[in-house]
Design a protein around this ligand. Structure first.
Ligand code: FES
Length: 106
């Protein structure tokens, strides 16, 4: 289980316990986090699950592989150094306390 917090640009936030093995796009959907669409269902072909990872946590979310890196060029909000596609981050106890910032397309 991992306690995950999604922070929105308007200052609101949603925090939820996410069970191990669930990816954080699915977790966002089941907790009604706005602006994380997950159109491809997590098969790494849409880039609509873009998040910015709190810098203290970025290294713990794992490696960005080549396909994710390519898809991060297609996000609605321009990628930054701490960008990830949340369908590629899988909940585990190591991520307990993780903070994600949700970009809002214009
Ligand atoms: S849900 Fe489509 S790339 Fe993450």
């Amino acid at each position: 289980m991992a306690l995950i917090t999604w922070k929105m640009e308007d200052g609101s936030e949603i925090t939820a316990d996410v069970k191990d093995g669930l990816n954080l796009m699915e977790a966002a959907a089941s907790n009604n986090v706005p602006h994380i669409e997950g159109e491809c269902g997590g098969c790494l072909s849409c880039a609509t699950c873009h998040v910015f990872v709190d810098s203290d946590w970025f290294a713990k979310t794992g490696e960005v592989d080549d396909i994710e890196d390519t898809m991060l060029e297609m996000t609605d909000v321009e990628r930054e150094d701490n960008s990830r596609l949340s369908c590629q981050i899988v909940a585990s106890a190591d991520l307990d306390g993780l903070i994600l910032y949700v970009p809002e397309p214009e």
